[in-house]
Structures are given as structure tokens and as C-alpha cells.
Design a protein around this ligand. Sequence first.
Ligand SMILES: [Zn+2]
Length: 135
Amino acid sequence: MRAVKGRDTTPELAVRRILRAAGIGYRLGGRGLPGRPDLVMPGRRVAIFVHGCFWHGHDCARGARQPKTNATYWTAKIGRNRARDVATQTVLEAAGWRVVTVWECRMKADDFSEVLVAEIRGQAATVSAPGTSSA
Ligand SMILES: [Zn+2]
């Protein structure tokens, strides 16, 4: 998924800001890794994906929004995205990475930054697990 437009105002940038404030080093782009994580912390073996709820079919109001046009096309596309997300996570975890998925909707929570930092440091339960029930 490429959201080229407005890259520097994306949720990814907000996540980066939180990491910097917490003194957590990271690299961008995840080149060479399955699924190209948005951010990686090679030392911690943590890979972060920042997911838009609609595009990745999150189990939330936004993710459940039905496209008005080309619904069949989008439903199939989002279904493929979800399947790929699950597969990517499986491959990364098998290679010893911990996968942290940041959903756009969760970023509005007041304690989002604390929860995210705790998760990256491995001190908390998952911020969000990808849906275990696949439709
Ligand atoms: Zn969501």
C-alpha cells in the first residue's frame, strides 16, 4: 500500500514522533523484510506496521465502512490486504521478529503513546492483534 500523498503528515509520522520522544531508535522502510514494515527496530527485533483501518479491514467502525462505488472490487482488495497482513506477520514472527500493528483508529486514544511504547518495549499486552476471525 502506497499512500504517497501527504506522507509527512501520515499516522506513521505521529508514531515516529512518539518513538523519538521515548528515545526508541528505529529505521524506516524495512527493506528486505517481508511486507516491508513501516518502521523496524533491528536491535529489539520489532517490526511496526501502521495500518489504515479501511485499507486493512480493521474490525472497527471505520474498517467496516462500505465503499459506495466498486464495492466488489474494494471488498476483494481489502480481503487480499488482510490475508497478506496475516501471512506477513506469520513469516516475520517465524523469523524471530515481534510484530506491532498500529491501527489508525487507536491513535486517537489518550494513552496511545504510552501503550505503544510499552508494547515496543515488550511490557504490555498487544496494542492490537490482527483479527483472528477472518471473514
Ligand atoms: Zn480501526
